[in-house]
Write a protein of this length. Structure first.
Length: 382
């Protein structure tokens, strides 16, 4: 999008096209489906009204919608919301996706808006070529005036190859779509300094960078029992967003016109963008699946933080099986994640040259070595 954008500093900025021309709304299962597995049509109609208002003020809107599994389970009569087993979840999602798409088409159609359904898997947004294909599809739909409705393709996803929650999916979709902000509509008013059920709990209005202390506040459970996310997944989504220069909001969806309540009344938690990496580095930083790990010594960790590349001499251990070009996690000797990057060597070669000087690597490898194991241009600091 060739749009001049004002800086986002407050919740209200997300309701202005000058600062937020493209926005993602994520809708959790408990908002879309009631306890009996039936769609909450009146609430959805209200949200569609808010989407229409956003479009009228010049904003493009993408929806990341949960609910297919819960809808399908109710139709099939499966217990545990369709999550009793992987086959149950896959079958429920396959049935529910048809109904979910129809509901969004109906409620948006009342405002003369066209809905498009995009079903993606983790691999669609992890593989670079497929990621770019998804980004191109979303861009063309928005150009055509369509509201893309995105969900994970749970009918084919497996336990190992799936997002597992739509919070992180929303952040990755926002990244692929070059969006300015993500609004996670959930069952709480935002991030609190302790369990929100504690009367002493206080909402955190603004976050400037997700920290270990914030993760310690998080509760991994889903209050409704319908969803798969909790505050932990929302913080992980915020980390993906903030590194890509995208603002993220956690807001309570259990209200009429929840977006207006959050943005205009300032009720929610705003995670400010921490930095804006280039497209390739943002893609690397947002990846969720690493193929291996490189453990580095204290000197190498300091060099990386100063903007250096990772040399073999600073590597003390290698784990996992990976090929050249695969993403790896770089950890320090205290087991702290410090960077993600694309490796110039496969795992066997990394093991051969770890701890060695560049002058010794040619004899170990049998060919002239690369300048670095992970070059700084292919690395994102965490």
């Amino acid at each position: 999008m060739n749009v001049t954008r004002d800086t986002i500093t407050t919740l209200g900025d997300l309701a202005r096209s000058s600062s937020c021309p493209r926005i993602v709304f994520k809708v959790g299962s408990a908002l879309l489906v009631d306890a009996e597995g039936q769609p909450r049509r009146e609430w959805l109609a209200g949200l569609a009204d808010e989407i229409a208002h956003a479009r009228a003020r010049g904003q493009e809107v993408i929806v990341v919608s949960s609910g297919a599994t819960a809808l399908g389970a109710a139709r099939l009569g499966f217990d545990k919301g369709g999550r009793g087993s992987l086959p149950d979840a896959q079958a429920s999602a396959a049935v529910g996706q048809i109904e979910l798409g129809g509901i969004w088409s109906e409620v948006l159609g009342r405002h003369d808006l066209i809905a498009a359904q995009l079903l993606v898997t983790l691999e669609d947004l992890e593989d670079r070529r497929r990621y770019l294909n998804a980004a191109a599809a979303i861009a063309r739909l928005l150009e055509a005036g369509v509201v893309p409705v995105v969900n994970e393709n749970d009918s084919v996803a497996t336990a190992k190859l799936r997002f597992g929650d739509n919070d992180r999916l929303a952040a990755r979709v926002a990244q692929a779509a070059d969006a300015d902000a993500v609004v996670l509509l959930s069952d709480v008013d935002g991030l609190f300094d302790r369990n929100p059920k504690d009367p002493k709990a206080k909402r955190v209005p603004v976050v400037r960078g997700v920290t270990d202390e914030l993760h310690a506040m998080a509760d991994g459970g889903s209050a409704s029992g319908l969803g798969t996310g909790g505050m932990t997944t929302k913080l992980k989504a915020a980390e993906i967003a903030e590194r890509a220069g995208i603002a993220l909001v956690i807001a309570n969806g259990f209200h009429d016109h929840p977006v207006r309540r959050a943005l205009e009344e300032g009720i929610g938690t705003l995670f400010l963008p921490r930095r804006s990496d280039g497209a390739r580095k943002a893609y690397i930083g947002g990846r969720m699946q690493m193929k291996g790990e490189l453990i580095v010594d204290a000197g190498a960790a300091i060099a990386l933080q100063a903007g250096g590349s990772l040399l073999a001499k600073g590597i003390t251990a290698v784990s996992g099986e990976f090929d050249k070009g695969d993403p790896v996690m770089i950890r320090d000797d205290r087991d702290r994640d410090i960077a993600k990057g694309l490796t110039e060597y496969d795992a066997e070669e990394c093991r051969l040259i770890l701890g060695s000087h560049s002058s010794d690597q040619a004899s170990l490898l049998g060919y002239e070595p690369k300048s670095a194991v992970v070059h700084r241009d292919q690395m994102v600091l965490l």
